[in-house]
Each structure stands twice: as C-alpha cells, then as structure tokens.
Design a protein around this ligand. Structure first.
Ligand code: MN
Ligand code: MN
Length: 296
C-alpha cells in the first residue's frame, strides 16, 4: 500500500513483517516469495473500506518493517529471529501483521504474542489442522505440526481455539478426534458451508469472547479456484468473498495479531492469490483502525 519502508517504530500502530521462509513445507516450496509479491500487488489498495466503513490509513500509522532475516537451512535460527523481531515491534507498542512464508512460522509468532498477551485465543483458517505429531522422519517442526506444538507449549487458550475450513484426506479417520482432544474446535468446510459466514462469525465471537485473539489465515483455506497459488491446495473450499466476510466479521474482538501464510506465487495465475492475501491484510488493517477508533 506504498507505506514507508522503515524500522523506525516511533508512533507506529501497525508493522507489516515479511517472513520469506519455506523450508518447512511438505510438498511444493516457493512461499518464500509470498511477502514480496503480496507487497507488490498491494500497491493498488487504498482509501476507504466500504464494507467496514473505515479508511484504515487515516486512523493507523502503518510501516513496512521489511523481512525477517531468515536462514533457509536452519528453522531454529529462523524461529528465533522471527520471535525477536515481533518482540521488538511489540515493545514499541505496535501490532504486527505478518506475511508468510509457510505455516511453520506461526509457531514463533505465537510464542512472541504469548509473551506479550499471555494465553491467546486463536482463529485459524485452514484446510489442514496442522496438528501432526511428527512430519518428516520424526522431525518436530514443519508447517504440519505448528498448532500441536503451540498447544504443547501452552501458548493457546484451548477453550478458544477454532479451526475453520478443514477438509481433504487425512492420515486416518481419527485425525480430527486427535485435534479435538488437544482442544481445537473444528468447523469443517462441510459444517461451514451449512452454517454460512454469519453463523461462523457468531460462533467465533461466542467462543473467543473478550480474550485476546490471534488470527492465522492459511490461504489454502480458500478454494484453489480463487487461490491456486499455494503449496498444498485442497479443492472444495471458501470463495474469496466468504473469506473476506469472515474476516470482516471479526470486528469487535480484542484482536492482537494476524498472519497470512502459504501464498506461493510460483503456482499462481494473474497474481490472484497474492491479491486476495493483500486484500485480507487490508481487512486486518481496517479492523485495527476500528479498534483504535473505538478506544478513543
Ligand atoms: Mn496451514
Ligand atoms: Mn493448509
């Protein structure tokens, strides 16, 4: 959105942080190019959000903090650098919107948000639960283990952890049951389509209440017809309109952080996936603008 690229955090409300990391993907890599492309297509976004009735940039001062200095061959070093950058931004009083990157990066993001806000409610849009115990040959950290680790590390408020849009084939029939036992409330895509976005939004509000809420948006929750540019697409998902409507419906929650992950420009067409991601970030910004407005 043509905002200043700087690391000066004085009087900043929102920092956009890129994490160009894809070393923890299980299938098609390339999400390291997500942040750059989302920034590029965001140049055409501006002005007033008619749906939420707010002009975000008039209320929140936004900067582009640049990218985390990732280490492609070292997930642990990368995680530490992500947590460090987010803590630095938080210390200055700003909110972080992160552009990924594969979904492994959400674990260090949750660590940093937990350090500031305590146990957080999480609204997790995805076609996958990302709650595997192990992925590659017993390795603990990948984009498929993020939320199991987050539960194991006690970062989440498991009374208020929602997975929305879950679908696709699973390792066995107990896949959902194991996630539920860990505290996830699952709204499968079949449930979601029956409920409609208004009922989903109401469920989110009822579940999260006044807790601090972190939103993690895996772009593969959206149907590949609308978001083909991703590493592990699953057919039969949300439309881009439904995705926007659900995010808009988060207005009024105590929102403390956002990420958009798994955008892979290498498999995109006409930048439509990146454009959707940029628009979701615009909605996030609008929500933060409304939150700031309501505080006054
Ligand atoms: Mn995911
Ligand atoms: Mn996914």
């Amino acid at each position: 959105m043509r905002q200043a690229a700087t690391r000066d955090l004085e009087n900043v409300d929102v920092a956009i942080l890129g994490v160009p990391f894809d070393s923890a993907t299980s299938y098609r890599s390339g999400t390291r190019f997500g942040p750059r492309k989302i920034r590029e297509v965001s140049a055409m976004l501006w002005g007033s959000n008619q749906a939420l009735r707010v002009a975000p940039l008039e209320h929140v001062r936004v900067i582009d903090y640049g990218d985390v200095d990732v280490v492609p061959v070292d997930i642990h070093a990368t995680f530490e650098r992500i947590t460090h950058d987010v803590k630095t931004i938080h210390a200055a009083g700003a909110t972080v919107i992160t552009l990924g990157g594969d979904h492994s990066i959400t674990l260090p993001l949750l660590r940093a948000h937990h350090a500031r806000f305590g146990k957080i409610a999480v609204v997790h849009f995805d076609s996958h639960g990302d709650m595997w115990e192990y992925d590659f040959e017993g390795f603990r950290f990948s984009h498929g283990t993020t939320f199991r680790r987050a539960v194991q590390e006690n970062l989440l408020d498991t009374d208020a952890y929602l997975q929305i849009g879950i679908r696709g084939s699973t390792s066995d029939f107990d896949d959902y049951a194991r996630a539920t036992q860990l505290g996830a409330r699952i709204i499968t895509i079949r449930d979601a389509m029956k409920m409609g976005t208004e009922n989903i939004v109401e469920t989110i509000h009822q579940t999260t209440g006044k807790r601090p809420v972190y939103v993690s948006f895996d772009i593969d929750s959206v149907d590949p017809a609308y978001a083909p540019g991703t590493g592990t697409p699953e057919v039969g998902g949300f439309t881009s309109f439904q995705a926007l409507e659900m995010v808009r419906g988060l207005n009024g929650l105590t929102l403390v952080g956002f990420d958009i992950v798994e955008v892979n420009p290498s498999f995109d067409h006409s930048d439509i996936t990146s454009l959707l991601a940029a628009n979701l970030a615009f909605e996030f910004l609008s929500l933060l603008a409304l939150k700031k407005q309501n505080r006054k």
